[in-house]
Design a binder for this molecule. Structure first.
Ligand code: ADP
Ligand code: MG
Length: 326
């Protein structure tokens, strides 16, 4: 069983950034509004994430680290319209099979918290442990027991860079969640929570810098059950924005060729050729019209009607951009 989990880890856990992604998504699924992320050595030595979400009852801790135990999907109908970020029940057992792992948690109504350690897949005993309401997950020495995987890890700076980039993409999608990132004891990033009614551009400025927000265009258009909203960057002389492309489908960061093509076409048509547009765009549609169950890491989707999505994105951006020239 440890072996099965290690094999699954091959798909889910590529590097420290993939661990951070799975743990942060779990915290968000648990309703967390504040996350503290502590890293050592680019996450290779330590990843510790504390959240203020609903917590896990002490009796359920062993379930949380066992394979295909998810509290999120009960029926096939749920699978058709996944509302949570996680749903496979694979992440924790996979991560715990390739690290020194600890899960510490307390639900709001429990008298005290509890802790469960898993060492390279060997599950320990649940013991009482003080903890505020919410959950902390600790992942130490990633791949310590899988040398072949460990050799593929890059320098501390590179691994940290992947984590920061993923967190940036998340911060854009979840402006009301407070996020702190500490590395080797130093506060690296602090995304402050965006309060109700505040300017949503504030979080974008925190994530992408004012170079982007000074020169961007607000987009918000709905038709045929599709809605596209967010910001597109206008070309500036200085900015190289190849890496500032953020696209979300129902709140999930997604890389999709259909959409990438539509965006590129719209820009090329109206404004300029051969340059990378910068954008933060959110597409919302009925979850039944998109399949998120394509890949374990989940950054790919399949639209039931790719053509319609393509044309909608293209037309919306084309019109918005054309307006700026008129
Ligand atoms: P999935 O997210 O696909 O359900 P995971 O392996 O990531 O599977 O997590 C297993 C289960 O552990 C979740 O379904 C959830 O019930 C519980 N869990 C994990 N992390 C947290 C957390 N931070 N807060 C509350 N519950 C959690
Ligand atoms: Mg999960």
């Amino acid at each position: 069983d440890v072996l099965v989990n290690q094999i699954a880890a091959g798909e889910v856990v590529e590097r420290p950034a993939s661990v951070v992604k799975e743990l942060v998504e779990n915290a968000l699924d648990a309703g967390a509004t504040r996350l503290d992320i502590d890293l050592e050595e680019g996450g290779i030595r330590l990843i510790r994430i504390r959240d203020d979400g609903g917590g896990i009852a002490s009796g359920e801790l062993p379930l949380a680290v066992s394979r295909h135990a998810t509290s999120k999907i009960a029926t096939l109908d749920d699978l058709e319209q996944v509302a949570t970020l996680g749903f496979r029940g694979e992440a924790l057992p996979s991560i715990a099979s390739v690290s020194r792992f600890a899960l510490i948690s307390r639900t709001a109504d429990a008298a005290h918290g509890a802790r469960l350690e898993v060492d390279g897949g060997r599950v320990g005993e649940v013991v009482p442990h003080p903890h505020p309401a919410g959950t902390t997950v600790e992942v130490r020495d990633l791949f310590y027991n899988v040398p072949a995987r460990r050799r593929f890890l890059r320098a501390e700076r590179t691994e940290l860079g992947h984590i920061e980039e993923w967190l940036r993409s998340l911060a854009l999608a979840r402006p009301s969640v407070e996020l702190r990132l500490n590395h080797n004891g130093r506060l690296l990033r602090h995304y402050r929570p965006l309060r109700e009614g505040a300017d949503p551009l504030a979080r974008v400025a925190e994530a992408l810098g004012e170079d982007f927000t000074r020169q961007c265009l607000r987009v918000d258009h709905a038709a045929a059950g599709l809605r596209l909203h967010g910001w597109v960057g206008l070309p500036t002389a200085s900015r190289s924005s190849a890496d500032q492309q953020y696209f979300y489908v129902n709140g999930r960061a997604v890389r999709d060729r259909v959409v990438a093509h539509a965006v590129k076409q719209a820009y090329a048509d109206v404004l300029f050729h051969g340059r990378h547009p910068a954008f933060v765009l959110f597409l919302e549609l009925d979850p039944r019209r998109v399949d998120v169950n394509v890949h374990p890491a989940k950054h790919e989707v399949r639209f039931r009607d790719g053509r319609l999505v393509h044309d909608f994105v293209f037309r919306t951006l084309h019109e918005a951009l054309a307006d700026t020239r008129a």
